[in-house]
Each structure stands twice: as structure tokens, then as C-alpha cells.
Design a binder for this molecule. Sequence first.
Ligand code: PLP
Length: 657
Amino acid sequence: MKGWSIRDSAELYNIGGWSNGYFDLNEEGNIILTRGATGTHDIDIKKVADDLVRRGLSMPLLLRFSDVLRQQVEQIHKAFNDKIDEYGYEGSYKLVMPIKVNQQRHVVEELLEYGRPHGLGLEAGSKPELLVAIALQSGGGGGLVVCNGYKDTAYVETALLAQRLGVQTLLIVDRFQELQVIVEAAKRLGLEPNIGVRAKLSTRGSGRWAESGGDRSKFGLTAGEMVRAVHVLQEEGMLDRLKCLHFHIGSQITAIRAVKDALTEASRVFIDLYKMGAPLEFVDVGGGLAVDYDGSKTNFHASRNYSLEEYAADVVYQLLGALDEAEVPHPTIISESGRALVAHHSVLVFDVVGRTEEITQLPPPPDSDTEHQIIEEMREVATTVNRKNFQEAYHDAVQLKEDAMSLYRHGILDLEDRAKVEQLFWGTARKIWKMVRELPYIPEDVESLPNQLADIYYCNFSLFQSVPDSWAVKALFPVVPLHRHREQPTRNAILADLTCDSDGKMDQFIGLHDVKNTLELHPLDGSDPYVLGIFLIGAYQEILGDLHNLFGDVNAVHIASKPEGGYSVKHVVEGDRVRDVLGYVSYDQRTLMERLRAGIESALQMGNISFEQSAALLRHYEAGLAGYTYLENRDHLERLLSSIVPQPHLQVVKPGA
Ligand code: PLP
């Protein structure tokens, strides 16, 4: 039998499928950011994580890779520009970053920096987002801001006035009532608005967010409302300000068919509005460009059955065909491709802090003369199971376990007897699975064995804070160990987070052919921390995350490659301290300390606590308030510090030094 290789590991975790070429494995068996991403050299992500721990930053860490952001900006523009050239489309392309997808200042600023040569725009879906977008796009240069979401007078006036700062605001009428607000504000301020209408297309998207489109969608104007909008603008003498047709049929559109259908319908609307006298200059195709989270290239909800190039080709081609036939000039194409732009750039890195006891691997309990008959029978099944009788043995074992439970409930078996039965049952189950997994066909009744036998790996992160979509909509993200890929992962596990919520677990993983209920992981070797990464979490996860159990924001670190090799830490955005999250729920440090001191004082008076114990409690309490909300692995840090190899690109900072 050939040994395990790094390529086996890459295949098992389907890294080539979902990584878009940005991640791979190196000869050491660590996961890397590839030279494809940096343009020059690989960066070992496990080593980056170790370096950061040595700098005193605790896991979980959110690593944001600037190189990936830059590459995504380039790739999306290139895909559209290539198709525009190839098909002879006469308009241009503008990518707009919907900041709801990741509002973090450093992320948005980096995107604007990389997107400057292309005139990257921003999309705002609310008043707070508008205020951010205007500030970041002001200062000349004609930065585009697409204004979506509910609009009141203040929103509209702010957007209109921002034009005076050189910001090109495009006010999209999402609900018919907003048109009047825009018209009145423009008249009042004496400013010329750039107006867009969002069409409520009857075409629906595909996948989880299909409800965002279609006749019952929340936003957009019906055909009748669009006609009325044209008439209102005509009457107001403002039809020349109707510049844009916008639509959005949902995020993560999994099937290209839905994109084509939407474009066909939208092209018709565009032509009709144009023919009614609206001098449209833009068509905004919204978001929806999907991310292939599982790498399957199918129309499964975690994937997409098309490439970026195919998406761009279809958008350009569908529009071109329809517009040329109707002899309508080609508008600038805007896409609000948020997820596709930022999903790949961030990775959550965390350590495994323990795992469930191996009940399934304990040796069979010792035989005794006086044991209950049911234990004897279970022992018989456990010792006689073989390749020929495994199915029958499994049925017998399940039956005996159920009978044993019933005897226990009636007080006939005691806790020790019950434990023996369970131990023998799990030993039998493991034996059966070992036999069965080699077979070409796995009988249905034992199919669920891997799940039942799976370990639970307890991990230092909060699902609700860092990957909320995994809980809320059962979204899939690739989970991969950062190291040990030269070793075959021999355990099957599910992941449990630090929250005390039974939902705080991951038990669905990307698979080559199907969703897997367990993930192949390495055994914990007790000395070095086992470090895992959840990939492709750059879109939506951070802002949707919540403070369940008061686990706060994690330490976020921006990493950028250096042209001469190595990497630099561009920004460290420190995660919440315990006192911060307590502050969010109105506990203030001073009052808590006061209360604790009062409690200590009365315990001292009653002789319930010694001076030394009270001092120790106070120390722990104060350190706790100042500490990270997650587990701080001091041992890991000490080990790393004691094995320091000087790194040319890094100044090693010993905490407290
Ligand atoms: N534009 C609008 C109007 C949206 O509602 C959304 C999100 O659903 C987006 C753009 C971003 O979509 P995506 O992240 O799928 O590109």
C-alpha cells in the first residue's frame, strides 16, 4: 500500500477545487498562500500563525490576505474587460463593492486602493453605509457610490450634496415612494440627481437567496411602477436624470441559467425605458456572482456551475445582443459582486483544545463470572463479529443496547453494567466500520456509523461570532488543518465551539461528491497545538457574527507579501477584551470590581476566605476583565518562544518584555 502524500491531502480537502489558486500545500505539509496569490513567492500560513502567537496575539485569529483582495479586484475587472473587448461592446465595466459584505475599514480602504486604477465604486445599503461610502470616495476623482436601501429625506439630501465633493452618487429607487423624496430634495437643493430604478424582475435567482428576486421580492419597482416613474419624471422635467436600470436577483446565484434569464428580461426593460425617453447610461446587474465554497462546480447551494469568465461573458453577450437588435447604445455595466470579491481573502485560524473521550476505542471491559446475561451476549457479539456476519452482528448489538437501556430504567442493571454494555457496543461498532469502509458498497443500515463514531474536537472559536452562516443557513466553508498534511488524517470528527449552545458545532463539511457529516482530522498528539483554518469567510461573516456567550470579535491581522520575500503585518485590529463585551451589555468594570470587593470583604469578615485566597481571586478577576474573550493558550506561546529561530522579517516581541 502506498504511503500518504501531500497530494492525497490536497485531494481529500479539495483544496484545488475551492481555493481559486490562492491556497495549496507545501512540502512541509503546511497550508500556504501561493505565489499565484502573491505574484512572487509562497507564504506558509501555519508559520504566519505561529509568528503571530509569538508576538503575543492569541488564537482565534482572523487572517486577512491583502494579496488575495488585490487579485480578486484584478480578476473580476479582467474577466469583464476581456469580454467587452472580445465582443466589441461599446460601454465599459465598473465593479462596485457593496460594503455590507464586509464593512471593515481596512478591508474597504485596501479594496479602494487596489481598485483605484479601475475606478472601483462602493454600494451603500443604509444611511450608515452611505456615510462611510461618501467619506471614502470624496476628494475628487468622481468616485461612484450606488445608493440602495431605504431612503428618507436625510439620506437623499446627503447623497445629493455629496456630489459637490466630487462623489458620483447614483440614487436607486428601490420603492416607488422614494422617487418623490428624490425629486423634492433635488428641487429644494437645486441639484441634479442621478437616478436609477430597481426593477422587480420576475426572474428569480437560484440557490439559498432566490427569494431576493421574483414578483414577491422586497425591493424593486413593478412594471407598472416603472412606467409611472417615467411619467412622474417627465412631468417634473427630470426624465433626463434617469440614468440607471438596476436589478438584483439574489446573492450566491448557483446556476448560470438564472443569470442569463435575468439579463434577457432586464435587457427588455432597459430598451423599453430607453425608448420611453430615459437616457440610460448604466445597467447595474446587482450582486449574485457566486463563490464555489465546496469546489464542486455544480449548482449546489455551496457552489456555482459557472466560472467568473462565463458569468462576465453572459452578462456582456446577453446585453449586447438585445441592445444591438433594438439599436440602443451600450451602457456602462455595473456589477455589485461583493461575495466573489472578498470571500477568499480571510481565514479563521484556531487551535483544538481537546476532544471527547474515546469510548469507542476503550478495550473491552474485563469478563466476570457474575455479569448479567445481557453483558455476556454483547460480549459474544463483540468477539464473533466478522466480515460475513457484520450486518447481523450490528442488528444484534443495537437490539442488545436498547434492551440494556430498558433494564437500566427498571433498575435491573446498574450504572457500571450499563457502562460495560455501552463500551462493548461501541467497540463492536468500530470493528464493523473498519470492515465495512473497505467494501465497494456500504449497506444502508450501517451508513450512519461514521457519524456515531465521530470524535468531537473542541475548538477555540465561536461559530456564532466567526461563521454565523454555518449555523443560520447551514452554509458550508472549507475547513482544513494548517499543518500535518504529510500525515494521513485518521480520525473522523465534528467540531464543537466554545459556546455552551448545542448548536455551536460544525457537522457538515464540503465533500468531493456530497456533504460530509464528519471531517477527517489528525489525532491530537498532546504536545503541539493542532491548528485548523476555516477558509473563504471574508464575505458577510464578520458583521453578521454575534456575541453569543459574550465571545467577542477575534484578533484580525492583515498580512501582505513583500516583493523581496516574506510578509509584513499591515494592520492588527485587536479583538474584544472581556471588559469590552461586558460594556456592550452595560456592565462597567469599576462597578463589577466594587461589587466583588464588597463580596470579598464580607467573606473575609465571616472567615470564609483567607487574605491570600482573596488576593488570588482579585488577581484572576482583574486579569479576566483585561483578557481576550477566548482561551489564551499560554503553553503554546511559551513553547514557541523557547524554540525561537531568528526570522529576518520579524522582530520577535516577547510579551511583557
Ligand atoms: N447588491 C444588492 C442590492 C444586494 O442586496 C446584495 C446582497 O444580497 C449585493 C449587491 C451583494 O451580493 P453578492 O454578495 O452576492 O455579490
